[in-house]
Ligand binder design. Structure first.
Ligand code: NDP
Length: 281
């Protein structure tokens, strides 16, 4: 049977390490503060925002919460971000996505000071990652690198295949695996012979958004499989983009859903908040 890559335990370890760091920083007179903005009351977004606030409280990061109505004008949101950009006591700004349709998400992301861009979505953060400079890294792919490293999985020299090229998962994932000296291929909906390519992978990262699409025909025997997808199945149970029961017996290590990549995203957000102090000093 494969090694189960335990995101719950690894994320708990990371949060414990951060808690100690934050306590030490507080003793030295430095505190960390994250401002979280939610526009509208989409139930899924509310759950994510609450989990982020809870994680802040656990690690010892102060959080400021801004819950704006659905019909908030873009200008009003940009003005709030501007004020938070100027505040010395705010280290990170997070705008929960997706935003209501009348607001231009790109304009909002661009308005966040890159020094406070703890989600790592600002073009400057992405550019810095691309050319190997210091900057915030998108939390989900950063979490996947931690999962691999802390599970003792070597990346250097490995064939890494990513399915999905989104700005928040696939593309930064490719850059991070490349930084770790993997040989990286990115697949997407226009890729021909997908199975042929994915079967080359020593490390296969799946971020498609299609429940259980990846079955064992896509996977080389002994591969490491990282499942980013998160869905509710017909029985209201969580499942990923990978058909876990079908794939697990053929791979050497795999992330479960839930309890794999999911918990790492918030842990890495906390990490980015703490790093905001060192990145900007
Ligand atoms: P997007 O919808 O933004 O991107 C999906 C990608 O998959 C696109 O690049 C698309 O290709 C590609 N794709 C779609 N269908 C196929 C196909 N049949 N064959 C090959 N490639 C295909 O999704 P995200 O990257 O935002 O998220 C992916 C999944 O991960 C979702 O289930 C999401 O809920 C989950 N997620 C989980 C997180 C966590 O913390 N665990 C965080 C973020 C996301 P193309 O570009 O050509 O359209």
């Amino acid at each position: 049977m494969p090694k189960i890559i335990d995101g719950k335990t690894i994320s708990a370890q990371i949060k414990e390490e951060l808690k100690e760091k934050v306590a030490a920083m507080k003793k030295g007179g430095t505190s960390v503060c994250l401002a979280v903005i939610q526009v509208g009351n989409d139930p899924a977004s509310s759950v994510y925002v609450n989990n982020k606030k809870k994680a802040c409280a656990y690690v010892g990061i102060d959080s400021l919460s801004y819950e704006l109505p659905e019909n908030t004008a873009q200008e009003e949101l940009l003005q709030l971000i501007g004020e938070l950009n100027d505040r010395k006591d705010v280290n990170g700004i997070l705008v929960q996505l997706p935003l209501p349709g009348h607001i231009d998400e790109d304009a909002v992301i661009r308005s966040i000071d890159p020094k406070k861009d703890v989600d790592g979505f600002h073009p400057q953060s992405v550019g810095a990652l691309c050319i190997g400079q210091k900057g915030f890294v998108s939390c989900t792919p950063a979490g996947i690198i931690q999962l691999l490293k802390r599970s003792g999985i070597e990346i250097a020299g490995k064939e890494c295949v990513i399915i999905g090229r989104s700005n928040i998962v696939g593309k930064p994932m490719a850059l991070l695996l490349l930084k770790e000296n993997g040989t990286v291929t990115v697949c997407h909906s226009k890729t021909k012979d997908l199975k042929e390519i994915t079967r080359r992978a020593d490390i296969l990262v799946v971020a498609i958004g299609k429940p259980k699409m990846i079955t064992r025909e896509y996977v080389k025997a002994g591969a490491v499989v990282i499942d980013v997808g998160i869905h509710r199945n017909e029985n209201n149970k969580l499942c990923g983009d990978v058909d876990y029961d079908d794939v697990a017996p053929v791979c050497s290590a795999i992330t479960p859903v839930p309890g794999g990549v999911g918990p790492m995203t918030i842990a890495m957000l906390m990490n980015n908040c703490v790093e905001s102090i060192t990145l900007n000093s």
